[in-house]
Design a protein around this ligand. Structure first.
Ligand code: AMP
Ligand code: MG
Length: 354
């Protein structure tokens, strides 16, 4: 199989980083980490980014990484930095061989900061570049709702490998989405799923664990014969996607079920496994440029599961022009057979507002 090692490293790195994010959440719940400020997010974000980049650089030293975070401000906050280091140095997988593949623990606090800084690639159309969102859906993370650890490998601007760790989604692919998916505290048994895809090889899922990864099992989007029966999913944050437009589009399509709201690329994972069907992300602000780390892994996983992902104009997402998707506006992810119908409804609703 192509990209076998890249896939394995990515899956294990995401799993190891998820151990850290879960620990941060637990510490927050205990009150060990302040809940008042954003520090759980900061600590989890930096820590997860360090763990993942260290694993990538250990295995593929020449590869670049487009990461959401950078460490310059962290270098000036010794307190915060050592707090993060205390969690990072102990985050490890329970399977020794897997942990060894990731290079074992990071050696020092300085190495941790160096790893975080290595997420500074400008992106682009040449070479091997990873796109990393250490905690996508920070609001969901704080709430105990949905968030995702997201990692994708692009080669010459094309996404080849995508991995999503979703600690608070059900393991069971056939479990329907519930309305409270974005708010329920799902950090418990039966939850935690690892989605992955390699271009041309399909999409798969498996339980997100501390141990070795398995082959998982294939997932696919739901076969929709009547679009009115589709389950829609959207952001929790009104500032990230226009809910009013979504509602009008749902009405046009005859969808009467309430949209399921959840943060993060858990939406892409849900569409890919057939739990959700239509993920709409309609621009709220004309000038907002979507970030590649918010979409690269999910885009591939949905497409490999039999879905189609475009922007509101029907264009494929273009990951080859830097850190943002400045050629695209919004996102429409659906099973391939209903994409044209959904795209048309989106066009009609948005056109009427121009
Ligand atoms: P979600 O959890 O799907 O609502 O998306 C979370 C992501 O939305 C974050 O990672 C941000 O990068 C991104 N984001 C921030 N501001 C906006 C905006 N105005 N429009 C769309 N996405 C945004
Ligand atoms: Mg994000």
């Amino acid at each position: 199989m192509a990209f076998e090692k890249e896939l394995k490293v990515a899956q294990l790195a995401v799993a190891r980083a998820s151990i850290l994010t879960k620990l941060v959440f637990a510490e927050k719940a205990k009150g060990t980490i302040s809940k008042e400020d954003k520090s759980p997010v900061t600590i989890g974000d930096y820590g997860a980014q360090a763990l993942i980049i260290a694993a990538i650089k250990h295995n593929f030293p020449q590869d670049e990484v487009v990461g959401e975070e950078e460490a310059s401000s962290l270098r000036e906050q010794q307190d915060l930095s050592s707090k993060i280091w205390n969690l990072v140095k102990d985050a490890k997988l329970s399977d020794a061989e897997s942990d060894k593949l990731l290079g074992g623990p990071i050696k020092s606090e300085d190495d941790m900061l160096t790893a975080i800084d290595a997420g500074n690639s400008a992106g682009g159309a040449k070479g091997r570049i990873w796109a990393l969102d250490p905690i996508d859906g920070t609001k969901g993370f704080l709430r105990g709702g949905q968030y995702a650890v997201c990692l994708a490998l692009m080669v010459d601007g094309d996404v080849k490998v995508g991995v999503l760790g979703c600690p608070n989604l059900p393991i069971d692919d056939s479990e329907p989405l519930k309305e409270d998916m974005g708010t329920a505290a799902n950090d418990k048994e039966g939850y935690g799923v690892l989605f992955s895809a390699v271009q041309g090889e399909g999409a798969r899922s498996q339980a997100l664990t501390r141990g070795a990864v398995s082959e998982g099992h294939p997932i696919s989007v739901k076969k929709i014969t009547d679009v009115a029966q589709a389950v829609m999913c959207e952001s929790v944050e009104a500032g990230h996607s226009s809910k009013g437009d979504n509602a009008e589009i749902a009405q046009k399509l005859g969808v009467t079920g309430k949209p399921v709201q959840m943060d993060s690329q858990a939406k892409y994972g849900s569409v890919a496994r057939g739990a959700g069907d239509i993920y709409l992300r309609l621009p709220v602000r004309k000038d907002y440029q979507e970030k590649i780390w918010d979409h690269a892994a999910g885009d591939l996983i949905v497409r490999e599961a039999g879905g189609q992902v475009t922007d509101i104009h029907g264009n494929r997402l273009n990951f080859s022009i830097g850190r943002t998707l400045r050629d695209n506006k919004g996102v429409i992810a659906t099973p391939a057979n209903i994409h044209a119908q959904v795209l048309k409804a989106v066009g009609e609703v948005l056109q009427a507002k121009m």
